[in-house]
Design a binder for this molecule. Structure first.
Ligand SMILES: NC(=O)c1ccc[n+]([C@@H]2O[C@H](COP(=O)([O-])OP(=O)(O)OC[C@H]3O[C@@H](n4cnc5c(N)ncnc54)[C@H](O)[C@@H]3O)[C@@H](O)[C@H]2O)c1
Ligand SMILES: [Zn+2]
Ligand SMILES: [Zn+2]
Length: 401
């Protein structure tokens, strides 16, 4: 089969590799119809992880079942499925409590398994024609319809980004009437904003500096904040305090709540310095959020921070030992949630919202490509070029546009 293979920093290639196949009785073999390229793939692409050359990339995968192992019970050849990026056994202590992001069985190197990702076990990715899905009954979400129909892109986003955006909203305590600020208008940040709106948030601010990404935030009803125009914390507080309706509803003392109740970091350790966006400053966003979140508020961090970062700007960064303004966080009593998304906690419900026509997350998809175009697309996505914010690969199909 043809697959996208990691070759080393800033290089992926389309190569012929051994076909994926059913290796164990519980496996399912899927013929990939769509696979996403993700911001998380860029951490490896840029050589900022311990990823070794030779790995088949791709953790955002969907397709049609080609073959089922002899003990697979609930799925059949021909079923259309999307695969949560976390691979889980379904029966261990963490999986049974819903934490399929911390499965104790599938990854000999640690907790949590995934497709085509460093440190997440020996599983090849789905940026390829075929994909082996371990524990098929657990790891396939069944889909209606036909490959390539009007839901194809929406369903693909159930593998990672839509549940991750939704998880961010949950971690940050977003509920009816909440005020929310999201840093990062990449696919994750935009779907965190979209999920916040689905959950009934009153005000949603999205901070970034990339114009076409901020424009998408505006289109879904969020307030875009361009950090090149000034300190984003001050911009948001000033928008709130200068709005006569928001200000007019505040009793004496409530101006101390000029920030937001929920803050989301949808960027992670590669956050840019607000003052000089050509530089990275891993703690710029968490510092800003500690300032912006009101007393008694909540911070959700879905952007990735790694325990080791060979390309870290300083010694602490290389050891993943980032600083956090604990004093301010403690004084305000800010609650904190972070980590990898347990996709299975959300994907069936979000699928049902899509089917019912109440959610259409594919507004973030900017381009469809064929497998052979992927090396070029990785490079352009890595430069955050316009039109490359969310690229979907259609292995085996002609590019749609
Ligand atoms: N928790 C999980 O399970 C999970 C799942 C998927 C992705 N992620 C992570 O989420 C993060 C975002 O993913 P993505 O695909 O949206 O990535 P992305 O790189 O496309 O988006 C990040 C955005 O942040 C912006 N940005 C950088 N510095 C900023 C700053 N200081 N202030 C405001 N905006 C800033 C960039 O311009 C970019 O638009 C990544 O770290 C990714 O690995 C986590
Ligand atoms: Zn992803
Ligand atoms: Zn498990």
């Amino acid at each position: 089969m043809k697959a996208i293979v990691y070759k080393g920093p800033n290089k992926v290639a389309v190569e012929q590799v051994e076909d994926a196949r059913v290796e164990s009785a519980t496996d399912v073999l899927v013929r990939t119809t769509t696979a996403g390229i993700c911001g998380s793939d860029l951490h490896m692409y840029e050589g900022r992880t311990a990823a070794k050359p030779g790995m088949v990339m791709g953790h955002e995968n969907m397709g049609v079942i080609e073959e089922v192992g002899s003990s697979v019970q609930q799925l059949s050849k021909g079923d259309r499925v999307v695969l949560p990026f976390n691979i889980s056994c379904g029966t261990c202590f963490n999986c049974t409590r819903g934490f399929t992001n911390a499965c104790l069985v599938v990854n000999p190197e640690g907790v949590s398994g995934g497709y085509g990702y460093v440190g997440m076990g020996p599983y090849r990715g789905g940026q390829a024609e075929l994909l082996r899905v371990p524990y098929g009954d657990v790891n396939c979400l069944k889909l209606p319809g036909e490959p390539g129909d009007a839901f194809e892109d929406d369903f693909l986003l159930l593998s990672d980004i839509f549940p991750t955006g939704y998880h961010a909203a949950i971690l940050a305590g977003v509920d009816v009437g909440t005020t929310v600020a999201i840093f990062g208008a990449g696919p994750v940040g935009l779907l965190a904003a979209y999920s916040s709106i689905l959950r009934g948030a009153a005000e949603v601010y999205v901070v970034d500096a990339v114009p076409d990404r901020l424009e998408k935030a505006k289109q879904i009803g969020a307030t875009p904040i361009d950090f090149r125009k000034g300190n984003p914390v001050e911009q948001i507080k000033s928008i709130r305090l200068s709005n006569p309706l928001i200000r007019g509803a505040m009793r004496k003392g409530e101006e101390k709540m000029a920030g937001v109740m929920s803050g989301i970091d949808a960027i992670g350790y590669q956050a840019k310095d607000f003052g000089d966006p050509s530089r990275e400053m891993s703690t710029s966003v968490t510092d800003a959020l500690a300032d912006l979140i009101n007393p008694t508020g909540t911070l959700g961090v879905v952007g990735v921070f790694l325990p080791q970062d060979p390309g870290g700007a300083n010694e602490a960064g290389k050891r993943g030992a980032y600083t956090m303004p604990w004093g301010k966080m403690w004084e305000k009593g800010i609650k904190l949630g972070m980590g990898q998304t347990p996709v299975k906690q959300y994907d069936a419900f979000l699928r049902n919202l899509i089917i019912a026509g109440r959610a259409k997350p594919s507004f973030i998809v900017s381009k469809h490509i064929q497998l052979q175009e992927a090396p070029d697309a990785y490079q352009r996505f890595d430069r955050r070029e316009p039109g490359y914010s969310k690229v979907l690969i259609r292995p085996g199909a002609a590019a749609a546009h």
